[in-house]
Design a protein around this ligand. Sequence first.
Ligand SMILES: *Cc1c(COP(=O)(O)O)cnc(C)c1O
Length: 385
Amino acid sequence: MKRKETQSIRTQTDRTKFGEHATPIYMTSSYVFDNAEHMRAMFAGEEEGNVYSRYSNPTVDEFVEKMAMLEGAEAGWATASGMAAVFSTFAALLDAGDEVLASRSVFGSTHKLFTQIFPKWNIKTNYVSATNLEEWEAAISPQTKILYLETPSNPALDIIDLEKAAEIAKKHNLIYVVDNCFTTPIIQNPIKFGADLVIHSATKYLDGQGRGLGGAIVGRQELIDEIESFARHSGPCLSPFNAWMLSKSLETLQIRMERHSQSAFDIAQRLQDHEQVEWVKYPFLENHPAYATAQKQMAMGGGIVTFGIKGGLKAGQNFLDSLKMLSLTANLGDSRTIATHPASTTHSKLSEEERQKVGISQGLIRLSIGLEHVEDIWEDVEQSL
Ligand SMILES: *Cc1c(COP(=O)(O)O)cnc(C)c1O
């Protein structure tokens, strides 16, 4: 089998009669049948093929095939956004009365699902600390069905040992699901460490240029089958246009992640040496509390750096206001470097106590290091500090 870089370029749907080199976009909502018998057989599921683009589409299939290949998964399903992937996974696999065991440091909208939406259907989430796996088993009940985590966490960059979490999931017969958006399949492959399903917001690094939304779920065939039968009829499908854009983006994912990681490591080191900076967190800095785990399960450090400025909230806001080039926006994983202040934006809906629990101090700044020249990124950060 060819290597990841090659496969993400060379995996293509069949050429049409025009012999195009790049894959065309199949912008079609439905597909025609040869005759009445063919149509009957397709609807009965007796023959393979496309019926309707809420069910399947060749451009979407190409994206899914690449994602499954990159994560080492048996099968996959693509969705209109990362949250559609998260929601579909839980909605398809859980019944009323079931429980979720989740690391407390999850994406803001996922937290909202756990705390405000799933309880409507009597699905309860038990949160545990990302940094203390000892407490996880105690939080498992006979109703617990899914173990869910993100590593590194957003924005605290806590690292969870994927292999140890797999042991807990296995022992208690839980479906083990990892949101792998922060690292992409280039840096970390949770399936290799025992995960059953891996979720992605393709909106971030997979697109990588901040252009469009998308999501994917990859993993064990029988679980994907359940998600597919839910998603076919509830409609979170990815549009062929966005699938085309994302599939093109995957062709450059490896080289982009290398550059994001290289520049982020460089900026993290320089921040560490700056007198205005109180602390810096980056998975591949030796002083990260879980440095050894990061080295074990991540091929590179990734593109996100967090740090605290001396002077807390006010100094953090001053820093953002003084930036000349870096963008102030809620996204991450873009070719453009982005600075955010989670306490007043993405995590403002959490109480101060909840923010403390997930390691978000008032002065915490999150940088999503882009693909500009690293000296230009640093010049802006430094003048602003
Ligand atoms: C952005 C994000 C999501 C949600 O993805 P959307 O494409 O915005 O719906 C889920 N998980 C993580 C870790 C994210 O960063």
